[in-house]
Design a protein around this ligand. Structure first.
Ligand SMILES: [Mn+2]
Length: 332
């Protein structure tokens, strides 16, 4: 007799239900212990679906973000009430872990197509896709799938790097060209695109001139220090305005002392408290239609990994912000 896989949804918390809580280290590895399915029909009624995009073929420096979706899930903890925001996002929202897109090592066009198809299934169900990268190039299929439904997107891009190169070492498809491509394709509206946290030595005048021509706003890390994170986020919200917005968080916006597990680290970045607050505030103030969190390279297994741990918390702040917004309250 052959066992046939059923498409039923699995709730990893069920076996521990009588105890009220599942220990972090055991049970099916799903984001925050949420229900897991790979069946698009089971997405009906979901508010948010987590998708892994475990591919890193297009990086310009250190690889390893293919290991991040599993590591971020392993770094998680069960749901609970946010002590500052006063809400449990997992009680307020129906969050489903939709598994990983069927990526293939060494085939970045095939992997990107798989990510676009998987995210399109989430979007078709009316849920917000939250995609765990992967290198930053995965934002291209992710945002293309979201924009196919919502039209040109506003973009909040938190990153040490602008990612608006036309090529990196001659490659036009790269984690360093993704935002250039998305604006040129009309997926992102330059006038509603704000970058926060840029620093270091790249890109150059040519790229920044192109950004100015497209009305893109850059809040450099030195601007964030001078203005405060609160004022920076306030300005970004005013520029992006109403209408569909995508939030793209590159973990390297954080200082490498906070999140050392990333491919192109740049000293002088944000602190954890600043970024976690910013993500929640943005998600509660804006009409978020999609998100990704990219460039996490796990350096240890499970909750021992400091970078995967903060990656989990970044997604939780976004979910808490979305839950606050649906309740009608804005985080300040
Ligand atoms: Mn990036």
């Amino acid at each position: 007799m052959t066992l046939v896989a059923s498409a039923a949804m699995i709730d990893p918390l069920t076996r521990w239900a009588e105890h009220g809580e599942k220990p972090d280290f055991t049970g099916l590895l799903s984001f925050a212990g949420q229900r897991y399915t790979e069946d698009p029909d089971e997405l009906a009624g979901a508010d948010v679906a987590i998708v892994g995009a475990a591919t890193d073929d297009l990086v310009s420096d250190r690889p390893g973000t293919r290991f991040a979706p599993r590591a971020i899930r392993a770094a998680g903890c069960p749901p609970g009430r946010h002590l500052s925001a006063g809400i449990d996002a997992f009680a307020a929202l129906r969050v489903v872990d939709y598994g990983d897109a069927p990526v293939l090592p060494g085939d970045s066009p095939g992997s990107h197509a798989a990510i676009e198809r998987t995210v399109a299934e989430v979007v078709a169900a009316g849920a917000i896709p939250v995609v765990l990268g992967g290198d930053h190039s995965i934002s291209e299929p992710n945002m293309r799938a979201v924009a196919a439904r919502h039209g040109p997107l506003g973009l909040l891009h938190l990153d040490a790097h602008a990612d608006t190169g036309t090529e990196v070492f001659g490659a036009t498809r790269s984690h360093g060209t993704v935002m250039y491509r998305l604006v040129e394709q009309g997926v992102v509206d330059g006038a509603r695109y704000v970058q926060i946290g840029l620093r270091g030595y790249w890109p150059g005048e040519r790229e920044f001139n192109w950004q100015r021509e497209h009305g893109i706003t850059s809040l450099f890390m030195h601007d964030v220090r001078a203005l405060s994170i609160e004022e920076s986020v306030g300005r970004a919200i005013a520029i992006v305005g109403s209408g569909p917005v995508f939030l793209s968080v590159d973990i390297d916006v954080l200082d490498p002392s906070v999140a050392p597990g990333t491919g192109t680290p740049e000293p002088g970045g944000m602190g954890a408290g600043e970024l976690l607050w910013a993500v929640r505030a943005l998600a509660s103030a804006l009409e978020l239609v999609g998100m990704d969190l990219v460039e996490v390279i796990p350096t240890a297994v499970g909750s021992a990994d400091v970078t995967a741990l903060i990656a989990d918390r970044i997604v939780r702040e976004a979910l808490t912000g979305i839950a606050l917004r649906r309740e009608g309250s804005v985080d300040d």
